[in-house]
Design a protein around this ligand. Structure first.
Ligand code: FES
Ligand SMILES: [Fe+2]
Length: 362
């Protein structure tokens, strides 16, 4: 790719001391959108849901990652499997909507597959020479679980999921994600590149200027960022008078490449950021709570949701304005603050690494 070669100079490693942002063109162009799909989304663990969404054998989840349709199914042995939702005959769809199935049944000419992906029946193919059903199998996608969350990875030999997330469960103790249950999902379509939203999440530098309410609840002076191999961890003690979450800490984890766990006492909000075009993204907020039916929790949930909406509105507004700045043609790159933006630097280094590896193979 000719243009990709021109971008190579921005993919070189940087140190925190000379940290400079990725160039604006990576946030605006169709070419950058395609690069992200290939270098990032086709090569990383993607959170696609939670085990509570597939309680019965035969339950399915449908997702699209890097433009590829995928079906997750809980098979007859209660094991989770993932396949491309594309028939091996002439690319018809196997599953059109989430629900419960006994087998995969293609909607085009009716070929059926067992839940392990093996072709079972192919109507009227008996007279076709050299055609054996036992030779045909749906293409599998790697799947794994962490603390009840379901992940898939399109890479054929990915690093273990544990390498990406390991350690989070110890940092947040005594909070236990396994004790929380799914409450509901909110979705936002935002007029900014998905990385604009990611970068914004990765620093508390904007807190005093963008989030006056949140700034009261958190202790900005004690707000810290720690860097791990594949995630960064922002942390602040809660200011007790201002917090309806009770005593404890706010834990914000940003896991490469597009996943956030916002954990507070009794509550976990999972964010998944998905590109929908060069300058638009979809942001998913899934809410999980411990004992969601108790009276105390219900009160906390009501306050949590209205407060989360306020903070999210503030973030959406600033991200959409920043996107306009990135697209203006008058901004190229900027220096990062060593004290407050090390999370952005660390994240953009992981992106640079993925871009380098993609250009090596293209
Ligand atoms: S495409 Fe699936 S049966 Fe023909
Ligand atoms: Fe923010």
């Amino acid at each position: 790719m000719q243009d990709l070669n021109q971008l190579q100079k921005y993919f070189k490693e940087t140190t925190l001391d000379d940290a400079i942002t990725l160039p604006a063109e990576l946030y605006c162009t169709d070419q950058a959108y395609q690069l992200d799909q290939q270098a990032i989304f086709a090569n990383s663990w993607q959170c696609v849901g939670h085990i509570s969404q597939v309680p019965e054998n035969g339950d399915t989840l449908l997702v699209t990652i890097a433009n590829r349709p995928i079906v997750v199914v809980k098979d007859h042995q209660s094991e989770l499997k993932a396949f491309y939702n594309v028939c091996k005959h002439r690319a018809g769809p196997l599953v059109l909507q989430q629900g419960n199935i006994k087998l995969f049944s293609c909607k085009y000419h009716g070929w059926t597959y067992k839940l392990d992906g093996q072709l079972r029946t192919a109507p009227e193919m008996a007279d076709t020479p050299n055609f054996n059903t036992c030779d045909i199998h749906l293409d599998k996608v790697n799947i794994d679980l962490w603390q009840g969350y379901i992940f898939v990875n399109l890479n054929l030999s990915p690093k273990p999921l544990k390498e990406y997330l390991g350690g989070i469960e110890n940092i947040i103790k005594p909070i236990d994600l396994n004790k929380m249950v799914f409450h509901h999902r909110d979705e936002y379509n935002i007029a900014c590149n998905w990385k604009t939203y990611m970068d914004n999440y990765l620093e508390g530098y904007h807190l005093p200027h963008v989030h006056p309410g949140l700034n009261k609840m958190l202790d900005y002076k004690s707000y810290t960022t720690e860097l791990f191999d594949w995630y960064s961890y922002q942390h602040s003690p809660l200011e007790n008078q201002a917090s309806f979450y009770g005593e404890g800490s706010a834990h914000y984890f940003c896991v490469y490449p597009n996943l956030m766990f916002n954990i507070l006492p009794g509550r976990c909000q999972v964010n998944i950021i998905l590109p929908t075009s060069a300058n638009q993204c979809k942001v998913i907020f899934d809410y999980y709570y411990t004992n969601p039916d108790s009276e105390v929790t219900q009160k906390m949930i009501a306050e949590d949701l209205s407060f989360s909406d306020e903070v999210q509105d503030e973030d959406i507004t600033i991200c959409e304005q920043v996107q306009k700045g990135l697209e203006s043609g008058v901004y190229h790159q900027g220096r990062l603050c060593v004290k407050r933006e090390q999370g952005v630097w660390h994240y953009q280094e992981l992106l640079r690494k993925a871009y380098r590896s993609c250009s090596k193979h293209s």
